[in-house]
Ligand binder design. Structure first.
Ligand code: BG6
Length: 489
């Protein structure tokens, strides 16, 4: 962890401040942190963008966003205090002159020259390298006299292994790795962090968390929403780059990693990289039998999508982790848009009992289900004796639900935690350069086979379904099935 010096004044500079992310997530999160008195006492937020705004119109635009997107109640008075620290600067990202102006303005706003700075890249990936270069040229990234300079970079980080390596090189020309915070908002979700707490704050799971007891693991991130006017970004990118390279592989690492020596950023991320490195990249033949790609019916008629688009909006993968703990245990991953419902969950399915001792016993395996969203919680399914029957068993659940245990709205927005961690210099929940590249080395061969050999063929699925039949087949081949609903799981 870097030196925490929250007593020092801090400036957050958001590039891409006129965009959606700032209005929907960043400002509501920063405002809530401010209300909870978690931000540094002297905090300024400077929005930068190419769209023209005055300070006043920027504040008004953000307040409108607050009314639409904030998940908590606030008073006008609270907002006024917070908003008095919000400013906006119009400029381009490519002109070094604009960055000189930014440096001058910042000097004016910051009355203490020992002010920490967090630069947030809420811009498309092709833009942030020139921002970092220009900040570097204008000497705005150098850390001196105990104050820090950090850069948060939004996903996607590259579009392939090659581009991710190039981006990392560009970033490292101007910054040390410990100044870089590559964000994956899934890691900011409480329930995602709870995977680690379930595993490592309890003793009961670890002895059975391996190939001797676990039959397989299912990771589902299903979205009900379709393209939502994001064709410009999504078409050509597709579900593998949008969801698997980052969110789903991150979930997999948390389920599969070895216990780290501590929760420090380096120990935690070392273990995650080890898991990713143990996944053997698939050969073209293996891609054919271990992956499914599909597009929802009607996708090519969406606004901004080409009629011939082969972008996959759904994918399912079967991956193996080649190490002592997981050898031979399939990890089934799936994600897609326009599915039956929004549901993110991880199912750990244990092996069947070796012997059916009770004549009326159906062989049902135990199951641990981590519900990530929307009904956040954990279920443990086990068999119990059915009352008033001699030999029958029933499957029952032990359940923990966040809202029952901790109250409604106990779960903050993922960005709150991540922004706070970046301010406090804790990079545990951010992805390191080698981690991003190793994740790409798993996804890249799949994308290449899909693109060059066109295999497996692009399947089609009905909107509001659970994906194409091919996805069910992927598990059926192994004598297994997806567990779709809470009742099912
Ligand atoms: C984003 C993807 O990273 O995650 C989106 O770009 C997706 O396409 C979103 O909709 C899902 O996030 P959440 O938090 O709603 O599960």
């Amino acid at each position: 962890m870097n030196t925490i010096n929250n007593k020092l004044p801090t400036t957050i500079i958001i590039f891409g401040a006129s965009g959606d992310l700032t209005q929907r997530k960043l400002i509501p999160s920063l405002f809530n942190l401010f209300r909870k008195r978690k931000t540094p006492k002297q905090l300024q937020i400077i929005g930068c963008g190419t769209t023209e705004f005055s300070n006043e119109s920027f504040r008004k635009h953000l307040l409108e966003g607050m009314k639409n997107f904030a998940t908590y109640k606030f008073t006008q008075e609270e907002w006024n205090i917070f908003a008095s620290n919000l400013r906006y600067l119009t400029g381009t990202y490519s002109e070094v002159e604009d960055f000189k102006k930014l440096a001058e303005q910042l000097k004016k706003y910051e009355d203490n020259e020992n002010t920490n700075r967090l630069y947030y890249m809420a811009v498309p990936p092709k833009i942030f390298p020139s921002i970092i270069e220009n900040l570097h040229k204008t000497d705005q990234l150098e850390e001196r006299k105990g104050y820090w300079r950090r850069v948060v970079i939004e996903k996607p980080f590259g579009t392939s292994l090659e581009t991710a390596i190039t981006l990392n090189k560009q970033v490292h020309k101007a910054l040390h790795e410990n100044q870089v915070y590559r964000i994956d908002h899934y890691l900011g979700k409480e329930t995602v962090q709870n995977i680690l707490f379930t595993r490592f704050a309890n003793t009961i799971y670890e002895p059975i968390w391996n190939r001797n007891y676990i039959d397989h693991v299912q990771i589902t991130v299903a979205e009900k929403v379709g393209l939502e006017h994001r064709a410009g970004y999504y078409d050509g990118v597709g579900v593998l780059r949008d969801m698997f390279q980052n969110h789903l592989l991150q979930l997999l690492t948390l389920v599969a990693m070895e216990p780290p020596a501590s929760f420090s950023a380096s120990h935690l991320r070392n273990e995650k990289v080890k898991v990713l490195s143990a996944i053997k990249p698939l050969s073209p033949e293996e891609v054919l039998t271990n992956t499914v790609r599909a597009q929802y019916k009607g996708y090519s008629q969406e606004k901004g999508v080409g009629a011939e688009s082969t972008t996959a909006t759904f994918a399912a993968l079967r991956l193996f982790i080649n190490n002592w703990r997981w050898q031979g245990v399939p990890f089934y991953l799936r994600s897609g848009k326009n599915l039956s419902e929004k549901q993110s969950q991880i199912i750990i399915q244990f092996k069947e009992p070796p012997l059916a001792m009770f004549p009326m016993q159906t062989m049902k395996p135990n199951m641990l289900v981590l519900f990530l969203q929307p009904d956040e919680g954990v279920h443990l399914r086990f068999e119990a004796k059915a009352p008033d029957k001699v030999n029958e068993t029933r499957s029952v659940d032990m359940e923990f639900h966040y809202d029952e245990a901790f109250g409604k709205s106990a779960i903050p927005e993922a960005y709150e935690r991540l922004l706070l961690d970046a301010i406090q210099g804790d990079a545990s929940l951010f992805t390191r350069a080698d981690e991003v590249e190793t994740a790409w080395s798993i996804i890249d061969p799949i994308l290449q086979t899909w693109d060059t050999h066109q295999t497996p063929p692009l399947a089609v699925y009905k909107p509001s379904s659970w994906g194409p039949a091919e996805s069910d087949m992927l598990l059926a081949k192994d004598g297994r099935r997806w567990l779709n609903e809470e009742s099912d799981a």
